[in-house]
Design a protein around this ligand. Structure first.
Ligand code: PMP
Length: 337
């Protein structure tokens, strides 16, 4: 076990997350499945990395000046990361979020001191969409920068320069496959690029939830969404700047039910409390592991991302009433609550 020396700066707590072999998923896949514990970042999600990289990039470009404001549209996790980093560096934060995201994320953002603007969920083409609203607010606010996580490639750079080399080192230079779902696409594109630089045979797979358009795009070139998902933070309908040039070799589509089954099993059998995107990623990693095993790579090592903490979804994913309302199976230990 490596023990790290004290950091002198709280921002150094972002990244260098642990990785763990997941027993149940490894057994299901027939090869080793590893989860990178991004929920262990200070803001409890993978998005702290992008938040820090975007803010540092804006400072370096001279766009963000002392006392300035960072404005962003987000499903919540990027906002939490931005609010923490901005607090540490003396900036203000304005966060625009669709009002159907988890209550815990909204409460967290308010608790961190961010100004929270809630908008109705709409299609990207609608000018009231949270992304466009955040851009307008940034333009109207003196001394503000727009983080623009979807099309600002400082986002994926955080994964090219951080997450990918960490994974490589943690798995001692042998990773046969990597997969995760895309929100902005920063993680899949950045980790994919970083791993391909080290081993071009490492298979990079996109894991797509239902209701997103990327599975069809990578399968047959058509950006077409089918079905729907309650997973927060993932599910993309367009090729963002972060996704441009992403080295995707193959793709899987995973249902909420499959993702939830792994959320439940990881909690009850392995003691990990995670959000639904992590369960969907793990189901995707099992599919990728099975594919590699079927191709004769029985000792394959597959890595994925455990994106955020389940404590962020106590009133949704971990609520029997909410699961029933969404027509999803209720975790058996929550029956009767
Ligand atoms: N899972 C969760 C819970 C998220 O909030 C996000 C970010 N939107 C992702 C996964 C996807 O990460 P990325 O934006 O890097 O594609």
């Amino acid at each position: 076990m490596n023990i790290t020396a004290p950091y002198s700066d709280t921002l150094d707590l972002i990244g260098n997350t642990p990785i763990v072999r997941l027993a149940g998923p490894s057994e299901a896949a027939g090869c080793d499945i590893y989860g990178k514990c991004e929920y262990a970042n200070p803001g409890a999600s993978v998005k702290d990395r992008a938040a820090l990289a975007i803010i540092r990039d804006a400072e370096q470009r001279g766009d963000l000046k002392p006392g300035g404001t960072v404005v962003e549209g987000t499903a919540g996790n990027t906002g939490i990361g931005i609010a923490l980093v901005a607090n540490a560096l003396g900036y203000k934060t304005i966060i625009v979020m669709p009002d159907n995201q988890s209550k815990e994320k909204m409460d967290t953002l308010r608790a961190l001191g961010a100004e929270l603007v809630l908008v109705p969920p709409t299609k990207f083409a609608n000018p009231g969409h949270f992304v466009h609203t955040s851009r307008r607010l940034a333009e109207e606010t003196e001394g503000a920068v727009w983080a623009n996580q979807f099309d600002n490639i400082a986002n994926r750079k955080a994964h090219i320069e951080g997450t990918a080399p960490e994974l490589w080192e943690q798995l001692e230079g042998r990773i046969d496959g990597f997969t995760c779902a895309a929100g902005t696409g920063g993680t899949i594109a950045g980790v994919g690029m970083g791993l391909k630089e080290r081993d071009e045979n490492c298979m990079i797979a996109l894991t797509d939830p239902h209701g997103a358009a990327l599975f069809n795009y990578y399968a047959n070139g058509e950006l077409k969404a089918e079905g729907s998902s309650v997973a927060e933070g993932i599910g993309q309908g367009r090729i963002t700047a972060n996704l441009e040039g992403a080295p995707i070799d193959t793709q899987f589509r995973i249902s909420d039910e499959e993702g939830l089954e792994w959320v439940a099993r990881l909690l009850r059998e392995e003691g990990l409390c995670l959000g639904l995107s992590s369960g969907i990623n793990v189901a995707g990693a099992i599919a990728l592991g099975k594919k590699l095993v079927a191709e004769g790579r029985t000792d394959a090592r597959v890595a994925t991302i455990l994106c955020d903490t389940g404590f962020r979804y106590l009133s949704s994913l971990y609520s029997a009433d909410w699961l029933r309302e969404k027509g999803l199976p209720v975790f058996d230990w929550l029956e009767g609550t």
